[in-house]
Design a binder for this molecule. Structure first.
Ligand code: URA
Length: 227
């Protein structure tokens, strides 16, 4: 008699990947040797993205930090743990969404004490990575909804000059998805304290839930184009 776990791991091993999974995998493989900008010189790993390439919901963050650079996986540090908790509060796990970033290599700077720190991606780094990898990935996945975490993602996906504090939590048109919404970045939330932390965290849960409900609604709508 075979164990149930043995049978289910066999079934998983035999699962034929979808066209989207194959195409995203091909893009990730090409990106793993990318040298299109200076960030390739200091990276340990390219952090392409992970999750469900068939998902109607894509989450776009800013860029890898130290833990992501070490592991090659997005959102695995403290900010990632907070994101996972907020997703779970909305009934979702990582395997329900696809998670990626504006840039795929960790942007760093060295402070006066010689400590290597994260920094936001520069405009040239962001536009190179968007053109080469983010845009093609979103073209393959064709999400119904994109949730942008933080301003760099909102600037890339929604519009330049996005005002996070005034415009988060609202839906916008985007050339990358039927709807796009932005919420506070988990790393920003972690820098808040007391009531400000609770409020910021609650706003992220609210924005994730809004994105989830929009997917449910959008699935019932007719497509926006004829072909
Ligand atoms: N912050 C991000 O924006 N992306 C990650 O992958 C990790 C932290």
């Amino acid at each position: 008699m075979r164990e149930a776990s043995e049978e289910s791991s066999e079934a998983a091993a035999q699962k034929v990947p979808s066209v989207k999974e194959v195409r995203v995998g091909e893009l990730a493989e090409k990106a793993s040797v990318c040298v299109a900008c200076d960030l390739c010189e200091s990276r340990t790993n390219v952090v392409f993205g992970e999750g469900n390439a068939n998902s109607p919901l894509v989450i776009v963050g800013e860029g890898p930090g130290e833990n992501e650079d070490k592991t090659g996986r997005p959102f695995v540090g403290r900010a990632g743990k907070l994101l996972d908790e907020c997703l779970r509060e909305c009934g979702m796990l990582r395997r329900h969404v696809y998670i990626t970033n504006v840039v795929r290599c960790r942007p760093t700077e060295t402070d006066e004490t010689g400590r290597v720190k994260n920094r936001p991606p520069r405009a040239d780094e962001a536009s190179t990575c968007i053109n080469l990898w983010l845009e093609p990935t979103l073209t393959v996945i064709e999400p119904l909804v994109i949730l942008c975490l933080g301003s760099p993602a909102a600037n890339a996906i929604i519009k330049k000059g996005f005002k996070m504090m005034q415009e988060r939590g609202r839906f916008f048109d985007s050339k990358y998805a039927r709807y796009a919404i932005a919420g506070l970045h988990p790393a920003y939330i972690l820098r808040q304290q007391g009531e400000a932390y609770d409020e910021a965290r609650a706003s992220l849960v609210k924005d994730i839930e809004a994105a989830r409900l929009k997917v449910v609604e959008a699935k019932k709508e007719p497509p926006k184009t004829l072909f």
